[in-house]
Design a protein around this ligand. Sequence first.
Ligand code: Q9C
Ligand code: ZN
Length: 346
Amino acid sequence: MYVIYSRHHEEHRPPYQVHFGRVAPPSEVPDRVSAILHAVRTAGLGTVVEARSFPPEPIMEVHDVAYLEYLRSGISTPLTDPESRGKKLRALFPSTWPYGSAPDRRGSIMAAAGWYCFDTYTPVVEGTYRAAVGAAECALTGAELLLGGCDGAFALCRPPGHHAMRSKCGGYCYLNNAAIAACYLARGGRVAILDLDYHHGNGTQSIFYDTDQVLYVSLHADPDHAYPYFSGYPDERGEGKGLGYNLNLPLPPGTGEERYLETLAVALDRVESFGPWCLVVSLGFDTYREDPIADFRLERESFGRIAGSLAKLGLPTLFVLEGGYCLPALGELAVSFLRGWSAAAE
Ligand code: Q9C
Ligand code: ZN
């Protein structure tokens, strides 16, 4: 198993997030990836490699050019509204979102911030663009390894990706790493994405909603009480050619290992009947019982068992890191997962 990282992830340091109008400490911090890397190295698991660089085309297959330009240059564009004329921000957050019929007017940086970001959790800072490209390159490096015949790779993407849409950031995500990798892998045939993060991957769902070439299956907290609130319901099944190629399996608060593994079996049946040549797993560790922003009850050992069920599919698999915010446990959760994978894959 290759474990892939980019040193550029450290350049993305959101100073805070805004939760219900209040400033709160950031959850999505550089220590997340450092903790996992350290634990994986200490346990002597897998081969740790740095991501290689890629031309922009594979990223542009998923994301809109104007959106990419916003991520790259938004933070250095001075504000022009009367109170803040000429000011540059340390962290660019939207304060106003498109309203009414929302015609395409995003000429000012104030409008662009609302246009290209759907929540108050996902600021653009100086290093965001470089780090996000590095994360996409981690996923692409993993995808290339799979195309070359490797049967497992774990991309330590940071910032994460599954909430990012074609032209909107949100949920700590800027570029949809899993979607970018899936598009790249689609040159080898049909691809399945299995999303195991606690939160519904609204970005990934929307990117592949109308295609039958990429299957999206997700286990997540019921959006009736959990972020991202507006999507993740079971009646979202895809549209056009994509109808039947999107499967949402929401779970109640307090979901533990038994219920989780039963639902995972349903997800894996759908993946098998789709018959993909490979699998991309959006892997979040925020389903852990001690996660500070979630309410599932998986144990450390549960992650090994989940990995074991995945390995039994026998598909080349790319794991893409999404969420997981319990810093003291992240390393051991990743180690449990990787041990479970290699024990079953032998
Ligand atoms: N008090 C991922 O796991 N809600 N994104 C945060 C903080 C947004 C999660 C509430 C959660 C986004 C990749
Ligand atoms: Zn999450």
